[in-house]
Design a protein around this ligand. Structure first.
Ligand code: ATP
Length: 207
């Protein structure tokens, strides 16, 4: 289904989800498309178009049922099931990711930490042991890995990706500053923080 859906729509789905969570937290049960539109600063017709890709969810004259829309968007995002995440490279970014409890709230469970540095191996972060990267194939036999976060230097990324593909990992959250070559059944989401900072610098410079 998601094949024909534009990346711009997919990019907005987590934003809808976030706002709907906030509304739920505030005890809002129902919202008109106009109110949702002004809250999110997206036109009502854009919201309608986006949601129509998945069958609508609104009712003429009623607006949106917040819990229903939240849960449906959650399902589209795959948040109705748990995801096991491992982190490869327990440097500054790897640590920040493993320390961030919000991911756990969304159903992403940190199940393993891996590094190559001898002094880190055997230490624990939040009760999770840092393992030697060479133990990854063995670990994957005992513990399902849904997502691997790559928070290691780019020159180490290629060989690690080969290992991940070989053990059957199908989703990579890539913080290493390189574009990864993966088979078509493996999905990658790049989070290149310094690119983002450079874009901000561009905007600042050209404003
Ligand atoms: P550091 O803690 O060394 O200052 P950093 O936050 O500056 O790390 P990087 O140099 O990108 O970031 O390294 C991140 C982590 O990736 C380090 O802990 C490093 O030991 C680890 N690492 C490097 N190569 C590999 C590898 N092949 N497999 C697993 N982890 C690796």
């Amino acid at each position: 289904m998601s094949k024909e859906i534009s990346q711009a729509v997919v990019k907005r789905l987590p934003v809808y989800y976030r706002y709907l969570e906030e509304l739920l937290d505030r005890g809002v049960e129902r919202i008109s498309s106009g109110d949702l539109s002004s809250l999110m600063n997206i036109t009502a017709s854009q919201i309608r178009q986006d949601l129509n890709n998945y069958g609508g969810f609104g009712q003429q004259g009623y607006g949106y049922n917040v819990l229903y829309l939240h849960d449906e968007i959650g399902k589209i995002l795959g948040l109705d099931r748990a995801h096991n995440i491992i982190v490869i490279g327990v440097g500054n970014i790897g640590r920040a990711i493993s320390n961030y409890s919000k991911f756990e709230d969304l159903g992403f469970h940190m199940t393993g930490l891996f590094d190559i540095k001898k002094e880190l191996i055997g230490q624990s972060l939040h009760g999770i042991k840092i393992r030697d990267i060479s133990d990854l194939p063995e670990f994957s036999k005992k513990s399902r890995i849904d997502i691997a976060a790559l928070t290691l230097p780019k020159d180490a990324a290629e060989s690690i990706v080969k290992m991940l593909v070989a053990i059957g990992v199908k989703a990579i959250w890539n913080f290493s500053l390189t574009e990864l070559q993966v088979p078509s059944d493996v999905v990658v989401e790049n989070v290149h923080l310094s690119d983002s900072l450079m874009r901000l610098s561009y905007k600042r410079t050209n404003n």
